[in-house]
Design a protein around this ligand. Structure first.
Ligand code: ADP
Ligand code: ASP
Ligand code: MG
Length: 416
């Protein structure tokens, strides 16, 4: 029998009616002859509300307790989905991440999956249950509840599809697939019919929230092909897979915006071995994710090092860096929030030149100042003022002709 892992995001289970629609789709898929594992996210807004509540109780909630708290969002939604399936006369059972055999490292709120033992899922599937798994969570070797970082239900689904050797993995969400840019930012963005793991990985790490970047990384590493598609329509979505030679014909596949960024500059750093290592190991020890790093050419034996992080981590980073700045004899630490990163992504950049020039010219014409630039083989990213972000995305989208991509056929149909 065909085994399918389906994941439903927060909006897709955001109300009792939507949960019932998900349940109908699950039962229909099972009746078509499939074995089904459904990974469920917390209902829309619940995780944000729980985080807000925790911060009303304590300015710095302990991460262990945050994990216990946040995991409840997915517990509730998965139990409700199982009830909805049972109410339709089919058999469903909900499992927590721990019961589903998801073993993680012990890093609370950002745990990584270490191993999966899906024995209980397999036994339940053999008894014809639709197995509903609470997304976004696991258990450490010490038996502690952990969560997998924001958007982590995507990772639960991809990892389970890999561990169960599923025939298909479908990520159901509130848009029809992966678009050339966030359709809420660029209204004429187009749905892609396929995207290479590498492209989606760059887009996701650059702020395209449609997939969690860790999930795409996992999919690439273990070769788990998956489809991103709408839970509200029955249209075909976007297939994420290994690159094919024809994918290189398109120079730019997509554009991503990462809005809530902060830029830190350590000015007057001595230009000698080991200094950068000391600065960044302190940041790494606090599990703060550093994005772009730019070091200026040295003048008079000193240099400036700039880097970006998520705005939410600015206070932690500042606290950590203040003593380090004086320890390494740097002149000062400058910080700025309210910046955004715009990235253009495409594996076609491997074989086409001139992308940077076109991007810079287009932003220049729009009067948009570039503060930092970084590149990879398939991406050019620029840091700009957050106020310019949407306009920059629209201008860039036009410049690279993404509006004229032929959209995948998508005859809209009502929810199943
Ligand atoms: P879910 O709750 O289903 O996990 P998310 O809110 O995490 O859904 O991700 C879906 C959202 O991602 C969409 O509503 C859309 O606004 C946003 N998004 C950002 N970039 C893209 C993109 N390139 N293609 C599609 N959606 C995107
Ligand atoms: N509920 C979690 C979040 O909001 C996980 C997810 O939705 O994938 O980040
Ligand atoms: Mg998501």
């Amino acid at each position: 029998m065909r085994l399918i892992v389906q994941k439903y995001g927060g909006t897709s289970v955001g109300s009792p009616e939507r949960i019932r629609a998900v349940a109908r789709r699950l039962v229909k898929t099972q009746r078509e002859g499939c074995s089904l594992v459904a990974v469920i996210s917390a209902m829309a807004g619940v995780t944000d509300d729980l985080i807000k509540l925790a911060h009303e109780i304590s300015p710095e909630p302990t991460r262990r307790e945050l994990d216990i708290l946040l995991a409840t969002g997915e517990h509730a939604a998965s139990a409700l989905t199982a009830m909805a399936v049972n109410a339709l006369g089919a058999k469903a059972i909900s499992l927590t991440g721990a019961e589903a055999g998801i073993l993680t490292d012990p890093v609370h709120t950002k745990a990584r999956i270490a191993n999966i033992s899906p024995k209980q899922i397999q036994e339940l599937l053999a008894e014809d249950y639709i197995v509903i798994v609470a997304g976004f969570q696991g258990q450490s070797a010490e038996g502690e509840t952990t969560t997998l970082g924001r958007g982590g239900s995507d990772l639960t689904a991809i990892a389970l599809a890999g561990a169960l050797n599923a025939d298909a993995c479908q990520i159901f969400t509130d848009v029809e697939g992966v678009f050339t840019c966030d359709p809420r930012v660029v209204s004429d963005a187009k749905k892609m019919s396929e995207v290479a793991y590498d492209e989606l990985l760059e887009m996701a790490s650059a702020g395209a929230k449609v997939m969690q970047s860790r999930a795409v990384e996992f999919a690439k590493k273990f070769g788990v092909e998956f489809e991103v598609r709408s839970s509200l329509r029955t249209t075909i979505g976007t297939i994420a897979k290994e690159a094919t030679p024809s994918m290189e014909d398109v120079v730019i596949r997509g554009i991503s915006l990462d809005r809530h960024q902060a830029k830190l500059t350590i000015a007057g750093v001595r230009d000698e071995p080991g200094v950068a290592g000391r600065i960044f190991s302190n940041i790494a020890a606090a599990h703060i994710i550093v994005d772009m790093i730019v070091q200026n050419a040295s003048i008079g034996g000193t240099t400036d090092i700039s880097f970006t992080i998520h705005e939410d981590e600015l206070e932690d980073a500042r606290k950590i860096l203040m003593p380090v700045v004086s320890e390494v004899g740097a002149k000062r630490l400058n910080t700025a929030s309210g910046v955004a990163k715009l990235s253009v992504v495409g594996i076609g950049m491997r074989s086409h030149s001139g992308v940077a020039a076109r991007l810079f010219k287009c932003l220049g014409k729009g009067g948009i100042n570039i503060q930092l630039v970084s590149t990879s083989e398939i991406k050019i990213a620029v840091v700009i003022n957050e106020d310019d972000a949407e306009r920059a995305a629209q201008l860039t989208h036009e410049e690279f002709g993404l509006t004229t991509l032929k959209p995948a056929p998508s005859p809209a149909q009502p929810p199943g």
